[in-house]
Design a protein around this ligand. Sequence first.
Ligand code: HGY
Ligand code: MN
Ligand code: MN
Length: 418
Amino acid sequence: MTLPPLQVDIERLTSELERLATFSDCPEPPPAVTRVVFSETDLRARAYLGELYADAGLQVWVDPIGNTFARWQGSDPQAPAVGTGSHTDAIPHAGMYDGTVGVLGGLEAIRTLQRAGFVPRRSMDVVMFTSEEPTRFGIGCTGSRALAGLLSPEKMQNLLDAEGDNYDIVRQRAGFTGELSEIPLSQDHYHAWVELHIEQGPLLERSRIPIGVVTAIAAPATAVFHVAGIGGHAGGVLMPGRRDALCAAAEMVVAIERLALETGGADLVATVGQLEVHPGAVNSIPSRARFTLDLRDIDGTNRDRLLTAMTDATLAIATRRQVDLTFELLNADPPASSDETILTAIRAACRDSQLEFQEMISRAYHDTLFMARVVPMGMIFIPCRGGVSHRPDEFSTPEQIAAGVEVLARTLAALAGG
Ligand code: HGY
Ligand code: MN
Ligand code: MN
């Protein structure tokens, strides 16, 4: 598709990213960001985005859990639209580019096409998924899971936050109403889907290539391990015969790491990100310990093989140490492959933008992993400094972001038709 010259307004986009980063509950100032779904801060950030969508003349609607859609009407409003977007929630002490580059970058891609006088045949949507991070409810991508019909109202009512409130209650308290059954998208709702995101890894920076064309997204699984031993006085209970829940959990965590390192293979990653101890007193033997496992691989079968090996190893440790172990599998999702038509459009957009690209897999999960269930998808990556993400020093340069937005704009235009 021949487009007029495109000029991304990177100054405006940069200032919008910086403004969005100020909506944060992090004790440190931006670029450190904490923005948890359905918090007051999250709602204020959503209101800010609504101002930007209105300013671009987009039609906005919000679904019953806060997935937000901003549409640039095409000349054929009946034709299934082309979608782009990402998330704006941020884990505690995160950076300011994860997700936001895909939402504000998607908006800027549309504005860039508007300024160039392009008229799309298919409408274009910028979607802000209500929550991609697992921070509050333990599993990620609740917005896109629900859109893909993978998060039933019953499941939502069983997702609890730290206060013991369930997802359905919390979303209503935040002002999102409507029947949960209305959320899932039909298979023909979207014609195509493309998400722009920072790589959250070092490969593009290392190869000095500005664009990543994502061919597949790794398969994530999340589990919670509950260890129960016997507590007691740190001074009065001698070492032999203790059933220390924390020592058992610690041995389990190291066993998980060892299995990942020694038998997991190159693409298997295992992370224990949370460990809680009860009662958590200096002079009291831990009676309970809870820890989480985030396990991923581009090969779902290999991930599941390691999951089994890890649960077997932890059970053997529990038996030897005479502690009880219960295990909760929160999610074990399959990987997803990008659609060849979308990949072709992204590659052509890179060539038209005279930008080098490399094909790669995404080790991070994204909402696109679940959008893949209802629409042909692809992703565009841009480099991030040192491959760092989920940290305040996460950073992509304005030039890197502008390049990603230009490729996204060209891809969307090609998929929407003129
Ligand atoms: O954890 C992930 O892969 C994503 O960044 N939430
Ligand atoms: Mn993230
Ligand atoms: Mn993300």
